[in-house]
Design a protein around this ligand. Structure first.
Ligand code: CMP
Length: 137
């Protein structure tokens, strides 16, 4: 079994999509091992997205991710990272496949409803960013 980290981003949380997105995850066969609602500080958001710090979209990404509460989920499934990226669709919600989470609940390439880890190694780091072992089932 593998694990991945999902962040339900401030756009989706503020629109009331948290429950729908969690249900989509469960319907797709994921088991939710951890849930945490958090409003990221600027330092936390910059640290989480450090790999993008020199990209032109970094500043607006940090402003967006600190603009309201997010919900972090630890999801388990076989090949969880790839399986989750399959159901969320392309980064830009306008290009995401019909029926995908980003297509259903996102707007564009910043307000794209969810984040999913891009490798098992990063999933491990990202899960440790949000959760202590005691928080996980
Ligand atoms: P996420 O999966 O959270 O990982 C990095 C985020 O940066 C990505 O989703 C988008 O929200 C954002 N992002 C990536 N590319 C762009 C872009 N071209 N313009 C604006 N935001 C972007």
């Amino acid at each position: 079994m593998g694990y991945t980290l999902c962040i339900i981003k401030p756009d989706a949380v503020s629109k009331g999509y948290t429950g729908k997105i969690m249900d989509d995850c469960i319907q797709a066969g994921f088991v939710i091992h951890g849930i945490r609602k958090v409003q990221l500080t600027e330092d936390q958001a910059k640290s989480f997205y450090k790999v993008h710090e020199h990209k032109p979209f970094f500043r607006p990404l940090i402003e967006f991710m600190t603009s309201g509460p997010s919900v972090a989920l630890v999801l388990e499934k076989e090949d969880a990272v790839d399986a989750f990226r399959d159901i969320i669709g392309k980064t830009d919600a306008r290009e995401a496949e019909e029926g995908s989470i980003r297509h259903k609940y996102g707007e564009d390439n910043r307000r794209n409803a969810v984040h999913g880890s891009d490798s098992p190694e990063n999933a491990k780091k990202e899960i440790a960013f949000f959760f202590a072992n005691i928080d996980l089932i």
